[in-house]
Design a protein. Structure first.
Ligand SMILES: [Zn+2]
Length: 136
């Protein structure tokens, strides 16, 4: 990879995840740090991103693999994904996870918890009290 392409990659990695997530006053996810290494893609700060989510890290790990349609392996705080995956797609996957499993659909607060009700899992917002079913 030429130097120019490498710089362009870094620029893309520095782009912000969409405003509605990254600009929240009380809650900010670290920017995913993505590195292409040979034919693999390294998500360098996976642990740091997940630790801000307050969710089961294996759930996030599985979700990323399903969404990107590729296999991953854990490597300390990083994950290694098979294939060269554009950083933009990885950011989009994180955003999808947040929208599906974290963000309240009523007030957009990230202060939510999973709740079991009969056989359904609900996402309950601790800010406004709204609930919605989620598929785990
Ligand atoms: Zn809410």
């Amino acid at each position: 990879m030429g130097e120019f392409e490498y710089e362009a990659l870094l620029d893309r990695a520095r782009e912000n995840i969409p405003e509605d997530i990254s600009n929240r006053r009380r809650w900010r996810l670290p920017e995913p740090q993505i590195l292409i290494e040979g034919s693999n893609t390294i998500f360098q700060n996976f642990n740091a991103v997940v630790s801000m989510m307050d969710r089961d890290e294996n759930h996030v790990y599985q979700f990323i693999q399903n969404e990107l349609g590729t296999a991953a392996s854990r490597d300390g705080p990083r994950i290694r994904l098979k294939g060269r995956i554009p950083p933009k797609r990885i950011r989009k996957t994180i955003v999808n996870y947040v929208n599906t499993y974290i963000k309240c659909s009523q007030c957009s607060a990230p202060d939510t918890v999973f709740m079991k009700e009969d056989r359904t899992t609900l996402l309950k917002c601790q800010a406004c009290g709204a609930t919605r079913p989620v598929k785990l």
